[in-house]
Design a protein around this ligand. Structure first.
Ligand code: BG6
Length: 479
């Protein structure tokens, strides 16, 4: 358990969402179709399917989501009432460039985000904006097989520069890709890589590691070009990378378990951070590539691009931890993209994610020791079922989860880690990425919408709303 509740002055408290999980209005006002719009509704037991022909037999949860497109004023007002200092959100690429390669941007898309930033400004909420959060334009996905083709870099760079030029006076913190390291694992194929697996679950049947790491290389370059451009044009803007930190413990002190955990950590966590923060490919990746038959096509100029395009801060998502063993076969444990094995010391959420607040302190120390850059905890929270009782939700379980994790961040801060922001994931209930459900709720604000699409879309403040408000007002002291 945490011992301190101290936080730095000016700490950015807030919440986080992504466009496709909240906006709805998937094909109105000029918006194009993104890969998120062709993912079907799943559940804890039914996998989501990528169905790019929009088959009538499926439901597509992003099409309506929680109708933030219509409710954004009301929702941002609620964020302000909770005392948010920042709001991490993403811009939908296909609202700005519907196919991803147009000459002209879609004016209505620009207007929508300008309105959001104006609202945030009215309430002194600092926007932290993700440029690409699992929603590549479907047109580009089909034309180029996702990020496997180098030509996609130009499309992304054009889009990113365009929105940064348009909104630089509103937005000081930009993140180039959400959880870029998802491409180190097969489940990242569609989400991060934008490669379509038509009418199939989201796991590729064949080993596509080479394609995934090629996509990743292109994203590294795209991020680096945008980072360099922004640093040259706007000295007050900070660019961040972001990974899903897969906190993975060796199951035992057996040396082979220790080594496996270290190798796992290098490939799935450190690799992306090394490239984006240090500006070059680390030496350990060569052997991994060799042993896994991966050959990444690289141009002569790439080294220089990566070196010049490093980022200023590191963003992470952190939800759970898992174990790994080279010597013992263990009971499997779940996670959003990365699965692992059960840890006998931890309890798990209803969706099987193991709850480990101490792991967050460990994570923050681990990252800061190696990179010495400011860190933002951009996603953290508990997906759980909520029940409405007389217009309120008594979510003590969520408060407990958040309290312990925030306490752990304070510990890390006292360990000397430069942690500057914390945003609760899905601060307002939204569509789950891994299952497409509404019933897996993260919010401190309840949205009256159910898995079967019934509901009034009414927003209700949960008990955690009032609790978090108090945390923010006291700068973390009243946990
Ligand atoms: C992260 C994603 O992987 O986890 C979010 O960046 C996602 O978009 C979050 O919603 C929680 O996962 P899930 O599957 O519960 O929605």
């Amino acid at each position: 358990r945490y011992k301190t509740t101290a936080f730095p002055k000016g700490f950015l408290w807030g919440g986080a969402t992504s466009a496709s999980q909240i906006e709805g209005s998937w094909n109105t006002d000029g918006k194009g179709i993104s890969i998120a719009d062709v993912l079907t509704k799943g559940s804890k037991t039914t996998e989501r399917v990528c169905s790019s022909n929009l088959n009538k037999k499926y439901e597509y949860p992003s099409h309506d989501a929680i109708r933030f497109y219509d409710y954004y004023k009301e929702d941002i007002k609620l964020f302000a009432e909770a005392g948010f200092k920042c709001y991490r959100m993403s811009i939908s690429w296909t609202r700005i460039f519907p196919n991803g390669d147009e000459e002209e941007a879609n004016k209505e898309g620009i207007e929508f985000y300008r309105n959001i930033f104006e609202e945030c400004r009215n309430y002194n909420i600092e926007p932290i904006v993700t440029i690409s959060h699992y929603e590549m334009p479907l047109y580009l996905s089909k034309k180029y097989n996702g990020w496997t083709d180098r030509k996609v870099i130009d499309c992304y760079v054009k889009y990113a520069k365009y929105i940064i030029d348009k909104f630089h006076s509103y937005v000081k913190y930009w993140i180039t890709f959400n959880e870029i390291n998802c491409l180190t694992i097969p489940l990242g194929t569609v989400y991060g890589g934008g490669m379509l697996l038509d009418e199939k679950a989201l796991l590729p049947e064949k080993n596509n590691a080479e394609e995934r790491f090629q996509c990743l290389h292109h994203q590294f370059l795209a991020s680096a070009v945008v980072s360099q451009y922004t640093h040259e044009e706007y000295s007050d803007i900070k660019i961040g990378c972001m990974i899903a930190y897969y906190c993975t413990y060796p199951y035992s002190c057996h040396p082979e378990d220790m080594l496996l955990a270290q190798k796992h950590h290098q490939v799935h966590n450190l690799f992306c951070l090394d490239v984006q923060i240090k500006g070059k490919y680390p030496s350990y990746i060569d052997r991994y590539f060799k042993e896994n038959g991966i050959k990444v096509k690289v141009d002569k100029s790439d080294k220089d691009i990566l070196k010049k395009g490093t980022v200023d801060f590191c963003g992470i998502s952190y939800y759970f931890s898992n174990c790994i063993s080279a010597t013992t076969s263990l009971e499997p444990a779940m996670g959003n993209l990365m699965k692992g094995s059960k840890n006998p010391y931890l309890k798990n959420s209803e969706w099987g994610w193991q709850i480990d607040p101490v792991g967050l302190r460990y994570t923050l120390n681990d990252i800061y020791d190696r990179y010495n850059v400011p860190i933002m905890v951009l996603e953290n929270g508990l997906g759980a079922r909520d029940t409405i009782e007389q217009n309120s939700v008594h979510d003590e379980y969520r408060i407990e989860y958040l309290r312990e994790h925030i306490g752990s961040i304070s510990e890390a801060y006292n360990d000397g880690v430069d942690v500057i922001a914390y945003t609760i994931w899905g601060c307002i209930d939204l569509i789950s990425v891994s299952t497409g459900e509404m019933s897996k709720r993260y919010g401190i604000i309840y949205v009256d919408k159910n898995d079967d699409d019934t509901g009034t879309y009414k927003r209700i403040k949960k008990d955690s709303f009032y609790w978090y408000k108090n945390v923010i007002v006291s700068n973390g002291e009243h946990l």
